[in-house]
Design a protein around this ligand. Structure first.
Ligand code: NDP
Length: 397
């Protein structure tokens, strides 16, 4: 049915490639392209399907991307490189007439700041070109927005309070490691927190607010209020929401390491001079930290990510909690990657599947919650991320 080009051969790219290859009725031609071609070749070897093509590409370079798109002619690009490449890849998609999907919103390299405005600015150009761009189709952002859309469609007349809760109760047996690209991860966590209340954004100190939340099959875990990109689109697309927040669990050991990293200047993203060479401390740190792709083998435990929602149905107040638990070991057995890469890569594949089946095909630039959630939810159950619901339970929030 469709030709797909995956850009990025990291943890998430590896999972996307495995899942795309598992669905040959939808994805008939596959190419993986990244900065380092040998990593793409290693993925093809692991999958064991030599029909999958690979290529080298610098996704910061629009001309190189356009040349690759024109030679392979994909219908859709799944961008699982880094958020820095979102705009160059979108630009190339417009030039070559290719549809687009990603899992993280654009972030300039020199400033740890992410928001949708840069990508939403492409809406008219994608519309005029008759091309679809699907933004933020991982787990969070991604499934978090689809869960919210599903709740709005089936369980509420008005949603008032939304809390997205993200727990990683896994243990990788390393003193300190991040679960996805360390540079992007540390930039995200060390920023100020932010949440939405009564039409305004409230800013907090980094990790200022935290509380114990109970996760299914896991138990209570200290959860910290962070800013997360899907809050921006969800409060816009569901204007009855009065308050929207995002919570993520961190262990004390992780937070202590993070504090030390910041205090000694290793989280800096500006260039410093070292022996006549310019280096960015956070990029140097990434080079010495464990590679998130190597965590899978000894990773125990599971992730639990969901949405806790309070609102009105038929004049009465109700609560609703929808979540998925994902085992790191099961993810590793299937794809060679741990649960965080798995929970991101599976939804990215399903989003591309929705597009190729014509179910999520609409010229313009869209966040996932703007499409029909039902066929996506059906696929989550079939593709390894089953979901569960709790009606009228205690949300703790
Ligand atoms: P990795 O660092 O493991 O992989 C990134 C890949 O992109 C690498 O293969 C890298 O190449 C490649 N790459 C980087 N720069 C370029 C470039 N200029 N040109 C071509 N290729 C490039 O990251 P992850 O797999 O952990 O994460 C991938 C994406 O998924 C990120 O954007 C991240 O923010 C997002 N994400 C989203 C989540 C969600 O739930 N929505 C959760 C987790 C991650 P090389 O190997 O040569 O360095």
């Amino acid at each position: 049915m469709g030709k797909v080009l995956i850009i990025g051969a990291g943890g998430v790219g590896t999972v996307v490639a495995h899942k795309v290859a598992q669905n040959p009725d939808v994805f008939t031609d596959i190419m993986i392209a990244s900065r380092t071609k040998s990593k793409c070749d290693a993925i093809v070897k692991a999958i064991g399907n030599p029909a999958i093509k690979t290529a080298q590409v610098d996704a910061d370079n629009v001309d190189e991307l356009v040349a690759l798109f024109n030679s392979f002619n994909p219908e859709i690009v799944i961008n699982v490189a880094l958020p820095y490449q979102d705009l160059t890849i979108m630009e190339a998609c417009l030039k070559a007439g290719v549809n687009y999907l990603d899992t993280a919103n654009y972030e300039p390299k020199e400033e740890a700041h992410f928001e949708y405005s840069w990508q939403w600015a492409y809406k008219k150009r994608f519309e005029d070109a008759g091309l679809t761009a699907i933004l933020g189709c991982g787990f969070d952002p991604g499934v978090s927005g689809i869960y919210t859309a599903y709740a709005a469609k089936h369980h509420f007349d008005e949603m008032h309070y939304l809390d997205i809760v993200d727990c990683n109760a896994g243990n990788h047996h390393k003193a300190f490691a991040t679960n996805f690209n360390p540079e992007i991860n540390i930039r995200e966590i060390t920023q100020n927190g932010r949440y939405y209340e009564d039409g305004k954004w409230v800013t907090t100190q980094p990790l200022e607010f935290h509380k114990d939340l109970t996760y299914p099959n896991i138990g209570p875990r200290d959860s910290y209020l962070l800013y997360h990109e899907e809050l921006e689109s969800l409060v816009k697309n569901f204007p009855t929401i009065k308050r929207a927040r995002f919570w993520m669990t961190f262990g004390q050991e992780y937070l202590t390491h993070l504090r030390v990293i910041q205090n000694i200047g290793m989280a800096r993203i500006d260039e410093i001079d070292y022996n006549g060479m310019k280096i960015v401390p956070l990029q140097f740190l990434k080079a010495v930290l464990p590679n998130p792709q190597d965590l899978g083998e000894n990773y125990e435990g599971e992730t639990s990510i969901g949405c806790r929602i309070r609102g009105i149905k038929d004049g009465k107040e109700h609560t609703y909690y929808i979540y998925n638990n994902c085992s790191h070991q099961e993810a590793y057995k299937e794809t060679g990657m741990q649960g965080v890469s798995y929970t991101t890569g599976v939804p990215a594949m399903i989003g591309a599947m929705m597009f190729l089946k014509g179910l999520w095909k609409r010229p313009g630039v869209w966040n996932v919650e703007e499409f029909d959630p039902d066929p996506f939810m059906e696929q989550l159950n079939k593709q390894g991320l089953p979901w569960h619901e709790v009606f009228d339970g205690d949300l703790e929030l």
